[in-house]
Design a protein around this ligand. Structure first.
Ligand code: DX5
Ligand code: ZN
Length: 232
């Protein structure tokens, strides 16, 4: 399984999203990560389905929509219609997670579940076989530009082994504080979809920043992990 880079437009200039997306795509973005916030589940407010519809018109790569909202069930159809290829919901925000995951899939969208930094991996046990991906938050959701929480590395490993245990090849995604310093750690810990916001869109050249992150991720993928070295 290779790595995919998912630039988060949260840190881009919202008046020029088309340009930001085009630059990231020229740099090799595999997905565009769209952060939806409602001012309740997280303290910040961002975008809704109409903006996703507009982004869908200009993006050439699939849209990965991260719902940081209360009662996401009320909006999954609208985001599917807007063009989401992947949609993730927080386990902390959903009462009937199995129903929600299958509702997303029934719309022809890949379904992901997200865990906040303080949410135990055990909360995923009974849904692990059903998901198309798991997103591990490596910062508390709500804002770009925060520092990577070091405990996230062991959490990524734990999620990977949980998915392996239920024979689900679904990839693990990581979101928050991913940059050239942390990218090797998250890839070695099993992350295969890497979200990066400020490391790309606050860089002087987002196209180049995307390319550099992808190269670093692929290099980390090629390097033997500590676990592998231990068994040699
Ligand atoms: C945070 C969002 C992230 C955010 C990441 O709540 O879910 O996708 O854009 O930003 P960086 O990469 O700057 O930590
Ligand atoms: Zn996100």
């Amino acid at each position: 399984m290779t790595v995919r880079i998912a630039p988060s437009i949260l840190s881009a200039d919202f008046a020029a999203l088309g340009d930001a997306i085009a630059a990231a795509e020229r740099g090799g973005a595999d997905l565009i990560h769209v952060d939806v916030m409602d001012g309740h589940f997280v303290p910040n407010l961002t975008i809704g389905p109409p903006v996703v519809t507009s982004i869908k018109r200009v993006a050439r790569v699939p849209l990965d929509v991260h719902l940081m909202i209360e009662e996401p069930d009320r909006y999954i159809e609208a985001f599917a219609e807007a063009g989401a290829a992947m949609m993730s919901v927080h386990v902390e925000a959903v009462r009937h997670l199995h129903r929600t995951v299958h509702a997303i899939k029934a719309l022809g969208v890949q379904a992901g579940v997200v865990v906040n930094p303080a949410t135990p991996v055990a909360s995923l046990e009974d849904i692990a076989a059903d998901v198309d991906y798991v997103l591990v938050m490596s910062v508390n959701p709500g804002f770009g530009g925060q520092s990577f929480i070091p405990h996230s590395a062991s959490k990524l490993r734990a999620v990977r082994s949980l998915l392996d245990r239920v024979a689900n090849p679904a990839p693990v995604e990581v979101d928050g504080g991913v940059d050239l310093r942390t990218i090797g750690t998250v890839v070695a810990a099993g992350a295969r979809i890497l979200v990066a916001g400020s490391a790309i869109f606050h860089a002087p050249d987002p196209e180049r920043a995307t390319r550099d992150l992808k190269a670093a991720a692929l290099a980390a993928l090629g390097a033997p992990s500590l676990d592998e070295l231990g068994t040699r």
